[in-house]
Design a protein around this ligand. Structure first.
Ligand code: HEM
Length: 415
């Protein structure tokens, strides 16, 4: 079906500009779910792809890793596809089995619920310091992204990796530049987004290479020390593999949590009765965080590539075809969620796909939940009044749905 015939003219669901200008194209996705859930998107200067918009289909595809591979491409671009940066080894999420299972097992125990219980107090302390800076005065105005949702995950990731405190800001800057490479605010003059991202990756890798050497000499209880000790088939990982680990943890754990935290905060500002509900019943913090992830769904899409022909809802996805899994669409699926367009902090059940599903299910989901809890639980109970203090600015990206700036004005209840 040609896209011009559709009731969402001007919306290109894979174009970063769509997300910067309009936010998530929920009307377009709702139309697709209702009329053509395995939608062939042809009108693009990039690779044509299948847009998968229903919860059941995103789940089915994600649970068939042998049929739908991650290796060939992880995202779909609105422009002609650039060759993969071969000089960088694949990260966990770009691997397929059997390699993926082996590598995931090397680290999974560090992100398990019991590992998280051990980290709880440190994460709580890091979060507390960040939020405390905000709640010193009873009346205030700030960019919530800059003050809370950006520094919190980067501080936690830096601490987990074993990055010295004075370098935490470097990490913050690098991840902004890699993920937001297509956004004018982070763009580098005279460079295409790909060139800019590549340059930043080199800086990041150079920095971590130095740190890896230091940790080899003086190991600690941190993740980089773990990367230097990991073995596959009795052999230590080579330096490039160790660096790929650093990269995936920094990139995957940072922008996602930042945008989940910001997106959730925006939802609270727009639905203040939910703040009152949380104040009346603090035990709702767990389900509230879950709803914030469903509501904001920070990852817009990940891609898979068919390794053989596959029938889905009467369509034939051919071997080699690209599919885009639209998680925010799955998270508004009327067949799964009661009142999907309502932000309800006591939603139960809440089978959202914000952290994905199946083989590549988010490794950091427990950590992300903990960070978001910490961000909200010291602030929301004290909110008396809150409003937006300016326009909400969104990131120009069709991978991570980013709130770049969230200006808020608030009055707090006495501590
Ligand atoms: C709200 C925050 C987060 C969101 C929304 C999120 C979302 C996702 C999604 C959608 C996937 C792909 C799942 C799939 O393909 O089925 C993923 C994978 C992954 N995430 Fe997260 N994530 C978050 C936080 C984190 C954190 C804090 C970390 C680690 C510190 C992390 C590490 C990873 C890793 C390593 C993978 C790849 C797993 C694999 O390929 O086996 N994420 N995440």
């Amino acid at each position: 079906m040609a896209t011009e015939a559709l009731p969402f003219e001007g919306i290109h669901i894979i174009h970063p500009e769509t997300y910067a200008e309009h936010g998530y194209p929920h009307d377009a996705w709702a139309w697709m779910r209702a009329n053509d859930p395995v939608f062939r998107w042809e009108e693009t200067e990039g690779l044509p792809f299948w847009a998968i918009t229903k919860h059941a289909d995103v789940t089915e595809i994600s649970k068939l890793p042998d049929v739908f591979a991650n290796g060939p491409r992880l995202t779909i671009s609105h422009e002609a596809e650039e060759p993969r940066m071969e000089e960088f080894p694949p990260t966990l999420i770009q691997m397929d089995n059997p390699r993926h299972a082996v590598y995931r097992k090397l680290i999974a125990h560090r992100f398990s619920p019991s590992a998280l219980r051990r980290m709880h107090d440190d994460v709580e302390q890091i979060g507390r310091e960040i939020v405390d800076a905000l709640v010193q005065d009873d009346v205030g105005e700030c960019d919530f992204v800059k003050e809370v949702s950006a520094p919190l995950p980067i501080a936690v990731i830096a601490w987990l990796l074993g990055v010295p405190r004075e370098d935490w800001n470097l990490l913050f800057d690098w991840t902004n530049r890699i993920i937001g490479a297509g956004d004018p605010e982070f763009a580098e003059e005279g460079k295409t987004p790909q060139e800019a991202a590549r340059g930043t990756m080199v800086e990041l890798f150079t920095y971590f290479a130095k740190l890896v050497e230091e940790k080899k000499q003086k190991p600690g209880d941190d993740l980089i020390s773990l990367f230097t000790q990991m073995e596959v088939d009795g052999k230590k990982l080579d330096l490039m593999d160790q660096l790929a680990w650093c990269l995936i943890i920094v990139v995957a754990g940072n922008e996602t949590t930042r945008n989940g935290t910001s997106g959730g905060m925006l939802a609270f500002v727009e639905n203040q009765s939910e703040i009152r509900r949380l104040q009346a019943d603090p035990d709702l913090i767990g389900p509230a965080v879950e709803e914030c992830v469903r509501w904001s769904t920070p990852i817009i899409h990940f891609a898979r590539t068919a390794t053989r022909d596959y029938e889905l809802r009467g369509k034939t996805i051919r071997e080699g075809d690209a599919v885009a899994l639209f998680y925010p669409s799955a998270n508004r699926d009327e067949e799964v969620f009661d009142e999907p367009y309502r932000f309800r902090i006591d939603r139960n059940p809440n089978r959202h796909l914000g952290f994905g599903v199946g083989e590549h299910f988010c490794l950091g989901s427990h950590l992300a939940r903990l960070e978001m809890k910490v961000a909200y639980k010291h602030l929301l109970p004290r909110i008396d009044e809150i409003e937006l203090a300016g326009p909400v600015e969104r990131l120009r990206s069709s991978l991570v749905g980013g709130v770049k700036h969230l200006p808020i004005r608030y009055k707090l209840k006495p501590a």
